[in-house]
Design a binder for this molecule. Structure first.
Ligand code: 13P
Ligand code: SF4
Length: 317
């Protein structure tokens, strides 16, 4: 019988120590999203939300960027930092939002609306980004939308929940692509209301990828990073957290002693409050990807340059 976790990884290998050693040896920087498993978060040089990680990727001087996140994030790193070798632990780490809006379908929608500008949420492929006028993340979406005159017709892709929340917050009427996040649409309004009744002192905080029925109960709505900052800064001691549970690790560190309750979800659904794509990345795959510098993000230069234009517009804001 084999004494190994995987035929090519010795069972007694200290993966964390090896990852740290190889990072140094290969001149690599490790970027990790808050939704990664806690062991990966703890090894990261930069831990952040989509916006912070895109900025960190652009500024990285390292020869190698190891992106512990999902594919569109690693692809974004390659768009803004083409000199670096960009690797991702699992090439299949996708995103339901990115899958919902292929570039050619957005091109057809644009053709039907020639007077509209396109704002693309960063959770989309390079092909889709290349069709956009500007990119936004949940961390800067309000600023990006507000940068357009109020009478400018806008197509917003691919997250209809984030788009609807922005329309409501900013009094806009953007046309919305019907994409959703499989994690954030799983939260159950009924169960959240029950949980709030059980914890009357708790504040309910939620990511804007959640459905409107859920967001209407939130004391605070914001990107992953904004939720983290809110919990740390708030005088409240108890929070019901309506986003992917990976964030609870860093929240617990930054707000020790506060009570963090993962928002309940619809247990009849096939999905839950853990992103199945983010969680494809494991410590073992991270080790292999650093060791072999595979799998790599490769991109056609023409496509990269087209996708870079709306990315640069966002980063300039
Ligand atoms: P942020 O990192 O912008 O909060 O987005 C959350 C998310 O779902 C990333 O895929
Ligand atoms: Fe995509 Fe949702 Fe997973 Fe983020 S949490 S990567 S939006 S499926």
């Amino acid at each position: 019988m084999s004494a190994t976790i995987d035929p090519i990884i010795p069972a007694d290998l200290d993966l964390e120590a090896e990852i740290l050693r190889m990072k140094k040896e290969k001149g690599a920087v490790l970027l990790a999203h808050y939704y990664q498993e806690s062991e990966i978060q703890d090894l990261a040089d930069h831990l952040g939300d989509s916006l912070a990680l895109a900025q960190a990727a652009k500024q990285a001087k390292a020869e190698v960027i190891v992106f512990a996140g999902v594919h569109f994030m690693a692809e974004t790193a390659k768009i803004v930092n083409p000199e670096a070798t960009v690797v991702i632990p699992d090439m299949d780490a996708g995103c339901s939002l990115a899958d919902s809006c292929p570039g050619h379908e957005l091109a057809a929608w644009k053709a039907e609306h020639p007077d509209h500008k396109v704002i693309a949420y960063i959770n989309c492929t390079a092909e889709t980004k290349a069709q956009a006028d500007i990119i936004c993340t949940s961390g800067n979406a309000e600023k990006v939308v507000a940068s357009f005159p109020e009478d400018q017709p806008i197509l917003f892709v691919p997250d209809k929940n984030l788009g609807a929340w922005l329309n409501k917050e900013l009094g806009r009427n953007m046309d919305l692509w019907p994409g959703t996040c499989v994690v954030h649409e799983t939260f159950s309004e009924r169960k959240i209301v029950e949980e709030m009744a059980r914890h009357p002192k708790a504040l309910f905080i939620a990511h804007p990828e959640c459905e409107e029925a859920v967001l209407q109960h939130a004391h605070f709505v914001g990107s992953t990073k904004k939720l983290l900052d809110f919990v740390r800064e708030s005088d409240a001691q108890e929070f019901i957290v309506g986003t992917e549970t990976g964030i609870l690790h860093e929240m617990g560190k930054q707000a020790p002693g506060k009570t963090l309750i993962a928002a309940p979800y619809d247990e009849n659904s096939c999905n839950c409050n853990e992103c199945p794509y983010m969680k494809l990345n494991t410590l073992e795959k991270l080790y292999l990807c650093l060791r072999d510098l595979e799998p790599r993000i490769e991109m056609d230069e023409d496509l990269r340059l087209k996708a870079l234009v709306p990315m640069e517009r966002m980063l300039a804001l």
